[in-house]
Write a protein that binds this ligand. Sequence first.
Ligand code: SAM
Ligand code: SF4
Ligand code: SF4
Length: 335
Amino acid sequence: MSINDRLGRPLRDLRISVTDRCNFRCHYCMPADIFGPDYEFLKKNMLLSFEEITRLAAIFRKTSGIRKIRLTGGEPLMRKDLPTLVKMLSSIDGIEDIAMTTNGSLLPKYARALKDAGLHRVTISLDTLDDERFKKINGRDVSVNTVLKGIDAAEEAGLGIKINMVVQKGVNDSDIVPMAKFFREKGHVLRFIEYMDVGNSNGWKLDDVFPKKEIISQINKVMPIEPIDPNYKGEVATRYRYKRTNEEIGIISSVTDAFCSTCNRARLSAEGKLYTCLFASKGYDLRGPMRNEATDEEMAHLISNIWGKRQDRYSEERTEHTKRSSKIEMSHIGG
Ligand code: SAM
Ligand code: SF4
Ligand code: SF4
């Protein structure tokens, strides 16, 4: 049970965006001047319902053999009753791992219910421990402490935890070492993400990217690290551990060391479009056929066809001058 694309890559990982809304306005994702009070978010009837999401996830499971689902957004916890969806997804036969990427701010309220519903792991995004800098980045005056409380709540609930830090040159590269020290001590894996040119709103320039090589070199100077093997084929983060320990970090180097050749991720947007690449400009509508009473077999056929034609490798082809217009926004597709 596996479907391969034109470059021989199987579909293994399904990422589901449950909302395009967010309570933050990170300048690299949803800059406040573009995502302002007049911005038109998806209306409720345009969103896939929990039943539709669960039905599609089960069809993906049957068609491609996926075992892992990640919920994302926007901010996934802005979607009402999210634990109910987690419960519905965890009842799909063969789904072994449900994870969520979140800004962490609402975890004190929901961590326990999410765990009880069957969520296994959370990845919590935090770009700095400096309050002033964090408030500037998140565009909503949210303090670092709010996210740290979310991390604690996830820990108390017994969820697996990883931390994501997007590194931007001249913005928070001076936070690499303090973040590494802090989360090493806390016992959580920190993953550094190179700033990417997702969407069209963040004004990305290659010059703003703080490359993997320099991240490694900064950490190495203070706490020597060594590479370790990936957990599985297609893992996006390259893993390192502090020498002679089991404490690890990861680096997601989508810009300076692309990993398209093993990319096995499908992305379902909140309104039911299937995207075969994070940098896609076009998604394939699954909601329409579903609402027009397509059978499970017809939906499975549609999904296989879309994946079978896939040949995306945007990050491997990216150059400084790549200017693909009308890429889908990160808050829409979920990262
Ligand atoms: N709101 C949730 C959060 O922030 O974790 C989930 C959605 S967010 C779009 C998913 C991840 O993408 C976050 O870790 C975020 O930091 C990352 N991200 C957003 N824009 C990015 C960009 N331009 N380059 C690299 N990572 C980005
Ligand atoms: Fe919201 Fe996450 Fe985007 Fe920040 S990165 S604006 S928290 S969706
Ligand atoms: Fe996958 Fe597209 Fe990213 Fe390449 S650029 S790793 S194909 S999502």
